[in-house]
Design a protein around this ligand. Structure first.
Ligand code: FES
Length: 114
C-alpha cells in the first residue's frame, strides 16, 4: 500500500488514504472518491484546472515521468516554467505542480496540497 496525504485549507485535518501500490488510479479519481473540493473541468489534461502541488514523502531520488499532455498543459497554465521543465527532463527533478487527472499513484507516498 502507498500513502497519499491530502492537505487543503477547506479541510480541518489532513486526509490520509492508503492505495494499493501501482494501482495507477489518478489523483483526480481519488479526490472524487473522497469528495475533496477541487475544480476539475475536462479530466483529459486539456484545461489545467486540476493542478495540485505534489511533494514526494520519500527522501531517495527516483525517476519522475510526466506525459506530454501534462507537461504541455502545466507549461501553458503557468504552473511550470520552461526552466523547470528542462530541469525535470535533464536532472530528473520532480515539478511542484502536477495535473490530478494525469498523475497516477505508483509506489511513492506523496503529500498533495491545493
Ligand atoms: S481536469 Fe482539465 S487538465 Fe485535468
Amino acid at each position: 500500500m502507498v500513502t497519499v496525504t491530502f492537505l487543503t485549507p477547506p479541510m480541518r485535518e489532513r486526509l490520509v488514504v492508503e492505495v494499493p501500490e501501482n494501482s495507477h488510479v489518478t489523483l483526480l479519481k481519488l479526490m472524487e472518491r473522497y469528495n475533496l473540493p477541487k475544480t476539475c473541468i475536462c479530466g483529459e489534461g486539456k484545461c489545467g484546472s486540476c493542478a495540485v502541488k505534489v511533494a514526494p514523502m520519500r527522501r531517495s531520488a527516483r525517476v519522475v515521468s510526466l506525459n506530454d499532455i501534462e507537461r504541455r498543459e502545466l507549461l501553458r497554465a503557468g504552473k511550470m516554467s520552461r526552466e523547470e521543465s528542462e530541469s525535470h527532463v535533464l536532472k530528473d527533478i520532480p515539478p511542484r505542480w502536477r495535473l490530478a487527472c494525469q498523475y497516477e499513484i505508483a509506489d511513492e507516498p506523496v503529500l498533495v496540497a491545493f
